[in-house]
Design a protein around this ligand. Structure first.
Ligand SMILES: [Zn+2]
Length: 522
């Protein structure tokens, strides 16, 4: 198998996909992502579209072939339970078992439940300027996009059953069918049971008599064409149907769907085509290492992330090894931002041939619009500065930063945005956890010595400033790390803090002397 000279994972994926072609395709190569519109788009949706986009870009870069990304919404799926965070719970309960596209919008803004969710998905993907083609499942079924594939499934219905039934519990096997007709009388999709298959005229017979759990039924019986949106197939078959009818070349999925993807792969082979090239990613975990549930978002949304940090820092974090489970909580913000800024600052030092392996290249459209940013300013540094001088005056913070590193004027927009976000982050996540303690008498003696040594030093050299606390620690025979910890606890109310020399250079000697006076006098 021919290898790509680029090593980053999107290139490995792109190369795998490229190797499936013996010659340039005549149609755009299709990538797909899936969205379940029973709830709002969330960070998992965002990550999947972003990751697929990176593979797509790498593929375009390697091949120069046209591509398309289809964001597919499963809006013909039925509603199985009433989501707790939705208004009009009673109305939704009455509509359980109906396709999402036939249930009224509980917010009364759109023509259906799923139209509202689809609108939110489009808004969400557009806001972050993803390049994609939206496709509603309902429209695709109704338009007949899937008719050809549906006919194949009906012809091979026994083969499909042979693949699916062994994966199900005995109790569920008896009445199982790949087809879910929408009851023409009551409109439900999860209440019907197929009782006859007629591949010769593409129809099936059904009876609406399944009452599982909360879903009601109406006992109607009928025959129906499987075409044009009257019938849907169960979701693993649906996945195969899409791959088959849209010739999907590439699709990613979460680790929880590995078995489903294998099964859908077998079904599409049975239908006569190859499954797409694929890749599974690990799921996000919360702060305590538990899987983040889709329905119970724990507060961390894309919008809230962007009030505390640049969106690109989240993308930078998501980009790193998708096969590694990532914890997603507010504590990762400072490191993610600083990793991103470091990547940005180092980007133009990379040789041109090395750039496509840099995360930054992927984040900024194949390196086309990488912003210039080359300063020593970091998010942690800004947070430390805010800790020392307060969080209510953005100009004050900017002035300190300019004095520390005059080059920031060249990146004024980026830096100002960073400061605004850092101020929000400081207010909501750092300040509430600050615990100042009063130094002991002995500690005050050490701090007094630190103060006097700092006052006596005339220069501005960061390295020389850094030696001051080490000399003081030595003279008191305390380990330097204990002195630093004590200083941060009494002066900044936190256990860790900035490098001493950097901190003095940043906030100025006078300010630090005042700070020391205050804690010594406390
Ligand atoms: Zn019915």
């Amino acid at each position: 198998m021919a290898k790509s000279k680029y090593k980053s994972w999107p290139f490995n994926e792109a190369n795998k996909l490229k190797n499936r072609f013996r010659q340039a395709p005549t149609e755009p190569v299709r990538f797909e992502t899936g969205f379940g519109p029973s709830g709002l788009p969330h960070i998992g949706t965002f990550a999947e579209v972003a990751r697929t986009t990176w593979v797509r870009q790498a593929f375009e870069f390697l091949t120069q072939w046209p591509t398309q990304l289809i964001a597919f919404s499963d809006d013909m799926d039925g509603l199985r339970k009433v989501p707790l965070n939705m208004p009009r719970q009673d109305m939704l309960a009455d509509n359980l078992g109906k396709p999402l596209c036939h249930i009224p919008d509980p917010f009364d803004e759109c023509e259906s439940y799923s139209a509202y969710m689809n609108g939110k998905l489009n808004e969400f993907l557009n806001r972050y300027r993803f390049d994609y083609t939206f496709q509603s499942s309902y429209e695709a079924y109704r338009r007949g996009d899937f008719n050809e594939g549906l006919a194949v499934i009906l012809q091979k219905v026994d083969g499909v059953k042979d693949l699916i039934l062994p994966t199900m519990s005995e109790a569920k096997r008896e009445n199982w069918s790949p087809f879910f007709p929408i009851c023409e009388k009551c409109g439900r999709i999860y209440s019907t049971r197929v009782v006859g298959y007629h591949p010769q005229d593409n129809t099936i017979d059904y009876i609406c008599d399944r009452e599982d759990g909360l879903v009601q039924c109406c006992h109607h019986t009928a025959s129906t064409s499987i075409f044009d949106g009257r019938v849907k197939v169960g979701w693993k078959i649906d996945w195969a149907l899409r791959w088959y009818c849209y010739d999907i070349g590439y699709e990613m999925y979460g680790k929880d769907l590995i078995e489903s993807a294998k099964l859908s792969g077998k079904i599409v082979r049975l239908m006569g085509k190859q499954p797409p090239s694929g890749y599974f990613y690990e799921l996000f975990l919360d702060e305590d290492g538990r899987k983040i549930s889709k329905s119970v978002g724990r507060g961390l949304t894309i919008d809230s992330w962007t009030s505390y940090a640049p969106l690109e820092s989240l993308l930078y974090y998501i980009f790193q090894n998708p096969k590694q489970a990532k914890r997603l909580f507010w504590g990762i913000v400072p490191k993610s931002v600083d990793d991103y800024l470091t990547g940005l600052a180092n980007y133009d030092q990379l040789a041109g041939t090395k750039q496509p392996d840099s995360t930054i290249w992927h984040l900024f459209h194949k390196g086309a619009d990488v912003p210039a940013f080359k300063t020593s300013i970091t998010f942690s540094l800004i947070n430390n500065l805010i800790s020392a001088v307060g969080a209510d005056d953005i100009d004050l913070i900017l002035n300190y930063l300019k004095r520390y590193d005059a080059s920031i004027d060249r990146y004024a927009d980026i830096v100002e945005d960073l400061v605004k976000k850092a101020m929000n982050y400081y207010r909501d996540f750092i300040l509430p956890h600050k615990k100042f303690r009063t130094p002991s008498a002995h500690e005050k003696t050490i701090l007094q010595k630190l103060r006097d040594s700092l006052k006596a030093y005339e220069g501005e050299d960061e390295t020389e400033l850094q030696t001051i606390p080490f000399d003081v620690a030595r003279s008191f025979e305390v380990p330097p790390k204990d002195l630093f910890k004590m200083f941060y606890e009494v002066a900044m109310g936190q256990e860790r803090g900035p490098r001493f020399g950097t901190f003095i250079r940043l906030v100025g000697k006078t300010k630090v002397l005042n700070l020391l006076d205050r804690v010594i006098d406390a």
